[in-house]
Write a protein that binds this ligand. Structure first.
Ligand code: DC
Length: 225
């Protein structure tokens, strides 16, 4: 079974996806981490962010792997064998990743990998285009959103907890609004809710309420409701 969780940055997709996966006994795939890894590799190698062909070649040649985190820490992300778990969460990557993810060549390479990984078992897959493009036949589709201010507040708290990324509310809010605009307006698989997705606005919901709502959708679907 695939539970697709799409939505804008800071809506709580990552933490909700992990909690839902743990409750259902599913694995979890963070597709944003894959686009971030390609952005990191491009900056590392000096590949121009507007060179779709070169970025596509990078995405096809550099394997991205996920490994269990240490002592309850976040799942580790590796590209070409290098651990980039922390390095892909910096403000520099936040600013570069939308340009990288807009290239169809990059998306084609990563979507291939995402389908291969997701079809190997029961997965909660989070991203922007999971219900619309990667797994259009996903059994459960959720579009998780929240107000801009609430998303910025959460992202600041997350950055503080991780000790990486900006903790200035105004600049985080501006970044979120810019990234939303870029992700929603790009030609290739823009951020949007699938027509058959259940839209959950988490602004006024507790974390547990969001997780329960998604788990209920998955359990009902499994039970054939
Ligand atoms: O979820 P995130 O903030 O880590 O995602 C980073 C960027 O990657 C985001 O700006 C949009 C892009 N992305 C995408 O285009 N498609 C996905 N399935 C996941 C992320």
């Amino acid at each position: 079974m695939i539970v697709a969780i799409d939505g804008p940055s800071g809506a709580g997709k990552s933490s909700a996806s992990k909690a839902v996966a743990a409750k259902l006994g599913f694995a979890c795939l963070d597709t944003g981490a894959m686009y971030r890894s390609i952005a990191w590799q491009a900056l590392h190698d000096g590949v121009a962010l507007d060179d779709g062909e070169a970025l596509g070649a990078l995405a096809r040649s550099k394997p991205i792997d996920f490994a269990p985190g240490e002592a309850g820490g976040p799942q580790r992300v590796l590209i070409g064998g290098i651990d980039v778990t922390r390095d892909i969460r910096t403000a520099e990557i936040d600013r570069s990743v939308s340009a990288v993810s807009a290239h169809p060549q990059v998306r084609a390479a990563l979507v291939d990998q995402q389908r291969r990984i997701g079809r190997a078992g029961d997965y909660v897959v989070e991203g922007r285009d999971i219900g619309t493009a990667v797994f259009p036949d996903a059994e459960v589709k959720v579009f998780l959103t929240a107000s801009n201010e609430e998303r910025a507040r959460r992202r600041v708290a997350q950055n503080e907890a991780r000790g990486v990324g900006s903790t200035d509310f105004a600049s985080v809010l501006a970044d979120i609004e810019l990234r939303d605009a870029l992700d929603s307006s790009r030609a290739a698989s823009p951020l949007k809710a699938a027509s058959d997705a259940v839209v959950i606005d988490s602004s006024a919901l507790s974390f547990d309420e969001v997780v329960s709502a998604i788990c209920d959708l998955a359990r009902n679907r499994k039970a054939g409701c």
